[in-house]
Design a protein around this ligand. Structure first.
Ligand code: FMN
Length: 166
């Protein structure tokens, strides 16, 4: 692409959403148990960090009402959604929804919910939280992980959902 076709913007929130939305990601539902109540939130900030020791991270918005519950639990699972799971993603991003009412899951080593809608899961324990603007960077040590070899991921790109065409 020619540089003349590029939009150059100041880093205000709208520009950040638009430009960073070009970075295609999967979607993970970060789940935990608050007492005996399952909680979870959709996150596309989930990423790998270190192989040895095994570390991953996600970024939690400070205004999330689910994050304090995951924070208190300290144990959580990142559930990487399958391509059929767009509605699950929307549900886990919706404020005030009864997110687990119709969701099938089992539990991983930490007790965190492992969703049937996931093609892979990473079960973790929080080892660090780093303050970062309006978010917190949450670093987890991986305790157990698994995947379905025939699974295909849900993709998120420029505010919309898609599939990986292979
Ligand atoms: C595709 C997608 C990705 C998201 N990624 C994140 C994320 O990385 N971190 C975050 O805090 N919220 C993220 N959200 C928003 C939360 O899912 C949602 O706002 C939050 O769970 C609202 O409910 P709560 O107040 O119950 O936490 C994402 C939403 C969507 C639809």
């Amino acid at each position: 692409m020619s540089p003349t076709h590029r939009q150059v913007l100041a880093p205000d929130p709208a520009a950040l959403r638009t430009v960073l939305g070009h970075f295609a990601t999967g979607v993970a539902i970060i789940t935990a148990l608050d007492g005996d109540e399952p909680v979870g939130m959709a996150c596309n900030s989930f990423t790998s960090v270190s192989l040895d020791p095994p570390l991953v991270l996600f970024c939690a918005a400070k205004d999330s009402t689910t994050w304090p519950r995951i924070q208190a639990a300290r144990k959580w699972a990142a559930n990487i959604l399958s391509e059929e799971s767009e509605e699950v993603c929307r549900l886990f991003a919706q404020k005030g929804a009864d997110r687990f009412a119709h969701i099938a899951y089992s539990t991983g080593r930490t007790g965190a919910p492992v969703l049937e809608a996931s093609i892979a899961f990473v079960d973790c324990e929080t080892i660090a939280e780093h303050d970062a603007g309006d978010h917190v960077i949450v670093v987890g040590r991986v305790l157990e992980l698994g995947y379905a070899s025939d699974g295909k991921p849900l993709l998120f790109y420029r505010g919309g959902y898609g599939r990986f065409d292979v």
